[in-house]
Ligand binder design. Sequence first.
Ligand code: PMM
Length: 276
Amino acid sequence: MTRIVGVLNVTPDSFSDGGEWVQPQRAVEHGLGLVEQGADIVDVGGESTRPGASRISAREEARRVLPVVRGLAAQGVRVSVDTMKADIARECLEAGAAVVNDVSGGLADPGMPALMATAGVPYVVMHWRGHSDTMDERATYDDVVAEVVGALRARVAALVADGVPAAQLVLDPGFGFAKDAGHNWRLLAHLDAVTALGHPVLVGTSRKRFLGRLPARPGAAVDEAAEPRPPADRDLATAATSLLAAQAGAWAVRVHDVAATRDALAVWEMVQRART
Ligand code: PMM
């Protein structure tokens, strides 16, 4: 069954929920609410990765995420920490985090593979081509599916060579990271090529830009010149991508609107039950 990872960004500037949960107490309450709605894991992130975002210091990131990780873990929530920094991951593991979600797949901080070699928790390794300030210009591929799959395979080999147990690696094609809308749709259409790598797969499409421009009605062309819908109006489309991810065998989907995705996944589950 596909798990739901609820997004909890404790950042002032994330593209869809930036600024909403900067107060630790409010953030913890929101995280508990996500669990109530059906999240299996709450993914706490302190550094925005939206295109163009600039980096923050480890001290600032720790200040943002640690009280929230600690608060949620103390209430029995399975917490994932969304960080590219080994020091932050280590402190969050000590504070009770049970998963490390590294959008750079171990490329941003050379200390990360060594930490994950001994951490004994699942490690989400995302396809990544560089930090947010340059990722849009890196969105060039001859064959996005083959190149993302090849890059993920290479990351698995490198991390395993660094001592990270293969059984702990969760792979993520990295929707929206150095990818334009066409690349994202192709990856979504070929998720089976990612699951074929034999690792659990996490899919993070929630509220992303490519879901902001859809055909106005079935059969209509996409109006590329139109203003994209605001992020919060992309949750129905996100529920649909969650269902497609579940059909393709994803281990988990990472979403902001947990309730909508829970219903979409329940539909898929009922159809599967009806088949057998
Ligand atoms: N996307 C964002 C942040 N973290 N982590 C993983 N594993 N996969 C993703 O696709 C991903 C991520 C950016 O979205 P947000 O700003 O809404 O959190």
